[in-house]
Design a protein around this ligand. Sequence first.
Ligand code: S3P
Length: 181
Amino acid sequence: MSSSPRVIALVGFMGSGKSTIGAALAARLGLPFVDLDAALETSSGTSIRRWFETAGEPAFRLVERAELATVLDQLATGGEGGVLALGGGAWSDPANRALVAGHARTIWLDVPLDAVRARLPEGAGRPLYRDPAAIARLFAARQADYARADLRIDATEAVPAVVERIVAGLAARPGAQGGGA
Ligand code: S3P
């Protein structure tokens, strides 16, 4: 095992449960939890929705990358490690993947599109959760990126069961890290 702090990054599509499962996993492991979107909203004083409305997606992606670098530095370099939930699009940026892969073990919370739709019937305010055809295209386009994570976990079950799957998956592959880019 590496002696660097333990950082676990959760990736996956909108509605895959990254924030909820991330918080539960962090509690289970006794580690801090950071939600990248929430950290960005706090540090910028602007909601994700407003970033998209006023500055547009390219500007959002730039601040998202900067926030990711800051958070990873805090968790991995300066801190005690932790569980980090990425926004659904953050992992599709190769620069972000390289950054995360250097600091964390990555876990893809895999859920089928039907489950996403059932969980987010109206998108719950997410700017990129639009009409069904657009969501299906985005979902399909991102699968290959998510598949680059170190571990794939079926995240369709209830939260405690998914957390235990992750803990077991990490234990079974203690050295797996560094895919990504
Ligand atoms: C996005 C997902 C959102 C948020 C933003 C963009 C995406 O996060 O980062 O709306 O590109 O899929 P969640 O995956 O937590 O919903």
